[in-house]
Design a protein around this ligand. Structure first.
Ligand code: ZN
Length: 301
C-alpha cells in the first residue's frame, strides 16, 4: 500500500498460530463523518458512536458469511443515553444514538460509561445469512469504557479472553477518526479444553495481550500508518503471523423507499390507514434521521 494514502475505512484480520490468537484492526474516517453528518451530535456522543462503530466493524468483519449481519445495541437504565444501535452488513455500517441532551449538559465533560448508560445492557447479535442462524448475547454494560464492556461481553458470553481497544476523536485538522484493535485467544485444538481454563493455562495469551497493550492510541488512530504495519510493529518477533484479506467499509442504510413500501404493504389496509395522516404515512429512519413520506395510494395492490 502507498503510505501517502491515508489508511481509512478498512479492517484487517490476522492470526498468530503459535500463540492460538487471532486479531483484527480497523480504522474509520470518511465513513464516520458520513454517519455523523445526518445528525448534530455533541462531541461526547460523537466519540461514543465512533467507538461503537469501530467495535461493530471489528466484529462484523469477522463474519464469514458475506450476507451476514452484526447488530450491536446498548440500552440504558437511567442513563444519559437511551439507546445506541449500530450494525454491519456486507461491509456497510450505520448507527445512531438516542440521548437526553439536558442530562448530558448537566453531566461532566468526559462522562464515564456508567454516567452515559447507568445500569445498561450490551447486546450483540450475529445473523448468518446462508444458514439463517442467529446468535445473540446480552450482558450488563460493565466497565469504565466501551472497550472494557466489550471485553466483559466476550468473557461472559463466550468464556473467551479478549482484548479490545477502541478510540474515537477529531484530529487537529478536525477530521474524525475511530479506530479499534480486537484480539482473542482461541481454544486449543478442534475438541478444545474447557474454555474457561484458557486464561489460567496459557501464558502465550498473556504475551500476545501484553504486546497489544503497548500500542498507543496515536498509532492506532494515525491514518498515515497502514494497518498491516501496526501488526508488524506488535508481532514481528513471532515465528508466523498470517494476515487475512482486508474488508473495506462504507456507510449504508437499508431504508430505501422501495423497501419501506414492501414492509408497509404487508400491513392490513385498515392499519395502514390508521398510521396515515392526510393520506401519507411518515416512516422515520433513525439511522438517517429522515422521514420518508409514503402515500397510501402507492401501497394499494
Ligand atoms: Zn436509513
Amino acid at each position: 500500500m502507498d503510505t501517502n494514502t491515508p489508511d481509512l475505512d478498512r479492517a484487517i484480520g490476522f492470526t498468530i498460530p503459535d500463540k492460538n490468537a487471532r486479531g483484527r484492526l480497523v480504522r474509520l474516517g470518511p465513513v464516520i463523518e458520513e454517519i455523523l453528518a445526518a445528525h448534530a451530535y455533541p462531541p461526547v456522543i460523537e466519540r461514543l458512536l465512533g467507538e461503537a462503530l469501530a467495535l461493530t466493524a471489528l466484529l462484523g468483519s469477522t463474519l464469514k458469511d458475506a450476507g451476514g449481519q452484526l447488530t450491536m445495541q446498548a440500552q440504558t437504565q437511567n442513563g444519559i443515553v437511551d439507546l445506541m444501535v449500530c450494525d454491519f452488513k456486507g461491509g456497510e455500517l450505520r448507527g445512531y444514538v438516542q440521548f437526553d441532551a439536558d442530562k448530558l449538559g448537566e453531566g461532566p465533560d468526559e462522562p464515564s460509561l456508567f454516567a452515559l448508560f447507568g445500569n445498561g445492557f450490551l447486546g450483540i447479535t450475529f445473523d448468518q445469512a446462508t444458514t439463517g442462524e442467529r446468535y445473540q448475547g446480552i450482558v450488563p454494560l460493565d466497565g469504565a469504557t466501551l472497550s472494557e464492556a466489550a471485553e466483559n461481553y466476550f468473557f461472559q458470553s463466550e468464556q473467551i479472553p479478549s482484548l479490545v481497544r477502541l478510540n474515537a476523536g477529531r484530529r487537529d485538522d478536525g477530521a474524525m477518526v475511530a479506530s479499534g484493535l480486537f484480539l482473542q485467544h482461541l481454544p486449543e485444538g478442534e475438541e478444545g479444553r474447557d474454555r474457561i481454563h484458557t486464561r489460567l493455562d496459557h501464558p502465550e495469551w498473556q504475551h500476545v495481550e501484553t504486546l497489544a497493550a503497548t500500542m498507543g492510541v496515536d498509532e492506532l488512530g494515525d491514518p498515515g500508518i497502514p494497518l498491516e504495519n501496526l501488526v508488524w510493529r506488535l508481532y514481528n518477533e513471532e515465528r508466523e503471523v498470517r494476515t487475512l484479506s482486508a474488508v473495506s467499509l462504507s456507510r449504508g442504510c437499508r431504508c430505501d423507499a422501495e423497501y419501506i413500501g414492501q414492509v408497509l404493504a404487508k400491513f392490513p389496509e385498515s392499519e395502514r390507514e390508521a398510521m396515515a395522516e392526510n393520506g401519507v404515512i411518515g416512516v422515520d429512519c433513525a439511522f438517517c434521521a429522515k422521514t420518508f413520506p409514503v402515500a397510501l395510494e402507492s401501497l394499494k395492490a
